[in-house]
Design a binder for this molecule. Structure first.
Ligand code: 6GU
Length: 222
C-alpha cells in the first residue's frame, strides 16, 4: 500500500511512523508513507495557500488551486482520496478494515479555519475521528495511518486482531500475565485450568458483559 499525506506541516510527522509495528511495516515494504507539502504546488509568487472568506468573517480559508494541482499530480486510477474534516463520516474499525485493502490512499489534511467547499469534490470519502475539533487533519491522519497499517495483511498476525475490540461491535476480553497473585488480586481460576473450551466461553462472556456495561451504544447496534 502507498499512503500520501497532503499537509502544510510535514515536520509534525517526524518520528510518528518510526516506531514499533508501523516502522517494521515500512521496512518490510508493506507500506510506503509519503508526506506531501502542498504549499509547493501553490502558483502564488509568495506560495500562499489560503485567502480571506467570501462573504466576510474571521480567519483564512484554504484555497483550491494548490490542493487541486497536488491531487492532479499524484492521483492515479488506484487512488482513494480521503478528506479529513470534523463534519465527515465518523471513523470506526470497520472502515479501517475496508481501507486496509486499498492500493493507494491520499489523505488531505485541512488546517486553519477551514477549506474552500469545492475541495470536497476531490474526495471519495470524508472522515472525522470523533465529535471534537482538532486544529488540523494532521492528528487525524496519524490515527488513520496507525489503525489501517496494522491491518494490512501480513503486518501483524491475523490472530492478533481477529478477537480484538470492536470486531462484531464487541470490546476485548480481559488479559492477565504472571504472577498469579499480585497484591492480593488473583487471576481468574478458569484461565489456569488448561480447559480451552471453558477459557473460550469465559472470554466470550466477559467480552459481552463488558460491552453491555461500558458501551451500551455499541451493544444496541444492528
Ligand atoms: Cl478529521 N479534523 C479536524 N480538524 N478535527 C477533527 C477531525 C478531523 N476529526 C475530529 N475532529
Amino acid at each position: 500500500m502507498k499512503i500520501d499525506i497532503l499537509t502544510l506541516f510535514p515536520e509534525m510527522f517526524e518520528q510518528v511512523f518510526e516506531h514499533s509495528i508501523i516502522k517494521r511495516a515500512r521496512e518490510e515494504h508493506k507500506v510506503e508513507i509519503n508526506l506531501v507539502d502542498f504549499r509547493k504546488y501553490s502558483l502564488d509568487p509568495h506560495h500562499k495557500v489560503d485567502d480571506t472568506p467570501y462573504g466576510g468573517g474571521c480567519g483564512m480559508v484554504l484555497s483550491c488551486q494548490p490542493i487541486f494541482d497536488c491531487i492532479d499530480a499524484i492521483k492515479t486510477e488506484e487512488s482513494k482520496v480521503i478528506l479529513l474534516t470534523p463534519d465527515g463520516v465518523c471513523y470506526k474499525q470497520s472502515i479501517a478494515y475496508d481501507l486496509s485493502y486499498e492500493r493507494h490512499l491520499i489523505f488531505i489534511c485541512g488546517h486553519y479555519e477551514g477549506f474552500d467547499e469545492r475541495i470536497r469534490s476531490l474526495a471519495d470519502l470524508e472522515l472525522s475521528i470523533g465529535d471534537y475539533v482538532l486544529t488540523g487533519g494532521e492528528y487525524a491522519s496519524m490515527v488513520l495511518v496507525d489503525s489501517i497499517v496494522r491491518l494490512i495483511p501480513g503486518v501483524i498476525k491475523e490472530e492478533s486482531h481477529r478477537n480484538e475490540s470492536f470486531n462484531e461491535n464487541l470490546l476485548d476480553y480481559p488479559n492477565y500475565t504472571k504472577p498469579r497473585n499480585f497484591r492480593g488480586m488473583e487471576v481468574p481460576e478458569v484461565l489456569v485450568s488448561g480447559d480451552h473450551k471453558k477459557i473460550e466461553a469465559y472470554r466470550r462472556e466477559e467480552s459481552l458483559r463488558k460491552t453491555q456495561n461500558r458501551r451500551p451504544d455499541l451493544w444496541n447496534k444492528e
